[in-house]
Design a protein around this ligand. Structure first.
Ligand code: SF4
Ligand code: SF4
Length: 395
């Protein structure tokens, strides 16, 4: 979206959110997703409690609250403000259950994704004078131990000798980011392959020490080819870093072994991890072959329909789309060099609203230059095999 009323784009929307949603929010679902959302809400002091259908959970304590049944919640609360904090698979069932109680989606309850991506950011800024973001990452290195043909960051085009992000820039990125953002649901260290980054343990210590209390999930996304050294394992344990392990074993069976090695190490140190399912497919954004001739209106439409959640902080620059930035750099397109928000320049009284708007898709142009090289949301119509290697399986 193009800024037309910078610093006031959400005035009307914020007025439409009923009071209860910035005072006392209940989470429906006391599992891992609900607990995680609960942490974000608790960080702003507006967590009311938890609701769960599971009788075994009812009566137990979570984040300082007693988990209750929906009936009990409704009988005790005249004002309703619920976030459905369960996996997508079950969220529609719960929505139906709430609708049977005459509760209305968008007024009385929200789904987890829409809550993190829009409702909580608006509530935090408009009613609590804070800033909240759902997801942001630092790209430590563009080098990778694999060379996937369709890497959405085009890391296949990055040589092994390429310079990584300097550690001082990693520190600066974190300092800039957390000087403007009060709380983030997930802060990720990514690559390329982040375990190739020489200063990884130092980066974790720096961020963990200074900002861990402002982060819900502190994670590393890895392709699972490399086991961390002891120092890195120790600091990951200390700062509760989650390993998200992409699973390309179907295309590269040798990865089964490296996954096992990595997981064994993580288990040894009590570090949490999530190994993704090896089935499925990737989607092709088309960065390596698209070069569409689009006018501003078409570009804005592409951008508005996409609204990727993948922010990246790099020094003082906040990029809306990490793929656009990294592909432009790695394929030397030199496009979209100015498509970022300068965090250093966010000094006015109204900066929190400007940051909120940028995070939710507003900018001077209303699109990114790189959008003309991308299928955007339509990439789902271009399924491709996972992790096909540029030079064959074992290079
Ligand atoms: S493992 Fe990930 S970062 Fe590395 S080349 Fe493949 S998709 Fe890109
Ligand atoms: S359309 Fe493509 S380049 Fe544009 S923001 Fe979405 S993913 Fe990024």
């Amino acid at each position: 979206m193009k800024w037309t009323n910078r610093g006031h784009e959400f005035d009307e929307f914020s007025a439409s959110i009923k009071d209860e949603f910035h005072r006392n929010i209940y989470i429906f679902g006391a599992g891992q997703i609900g607990e995680n959302t609960g942490r974000c809400i608790r960080a702003f002091g507006i967590l009311g409690g938890f609701i769960d259908n599971n009788k075994e959970r009812q009566g137990q304590r979570l984040l300082g609250h007693t988990i209750m049944s929906l009936d009990k919640y409704i009988s005790e609360n005249s004002h309703i403000a619920i976030v459905i904090g369960v996996s997508k698979k079950y969220s529609l069932e719960i929505a139906k259950q709430l609708e049977k109680e005459n509760l209305i989606h968008g007024r009385d309850f929200f789904f987890d994704d829409e809550f993190h991506n829009k409702i909580l950011p608006v509530i935090a800024t408009y009613f609590l004078n804070k800033t909240y973001m759902s997801l942001a990452q630092i790209t430590l290195t563009e080098r990778c131990s694999l060379k996937c043909k369709k890497c959405a960051h085009a890391c296949y085009n990055v040589g092994n000798q390429t310079q990584d992000l300097d550690l001082s820039e990693v520190y600066k990125s974190a300092d800039m980011f957390f000087s403007k953002v009060d709380y983030i649901n997930e802060f990720v260290l990514i690559g390329g392959e982040p375990l190739l980054y020489k200063g990884l343990s130092k980066a974790i210590v720096y961020i963990g020490n200074k900002y861990r209390s402002q982060i819900g999930i502190f994670s590393i996304t890895t392709n699972g080819t490399i086991a961390p050294d002891e120092e890195t394992l120790k600091v990951c344990q200390k700062y509760q870093v989650l390993y998200r392990i992409s699973n390309y074993a179907k295309a590269l069976p040798r990865l089964h072994q490296s996954h096992m090695k990595l997981i064994k190490k993580l288990q040894e140190y009590g570090i949490e991890y999530k190994l993704y399912d090896e089935d499925g497919y990737w989607i092709d954004y088309g960065f390596d072959y698209l070069n569409k001739d689009m006018d501003e209106e078409e570009l804005t439409q592409t951008f508005d329909r996409c609204l990727t959640p993948c922010r990246e902080v790099r020094g003082n620059k906040l990029y809306f789309c990490v793929m656009a930035r990294s592909v432009s750099d790695n394929l030397h397109f030199n496009e979209g060099q100015d498509d970022y928000l300068d965090l250093e320049l966010l000094k006015s009284d109204n900066y929190k609203k400007v940051l909120l708007e940028f995070n939710l898709g507003y900018s001077e142009k209303g699109y990114l230059d790189m959008c003309h090289r991308c299928h955007g949301i339509d990439a789902v119509n271009y399924p491709i095999p996972i992790a096909e290697q540029l030079y064959g399986e074992d290079k």
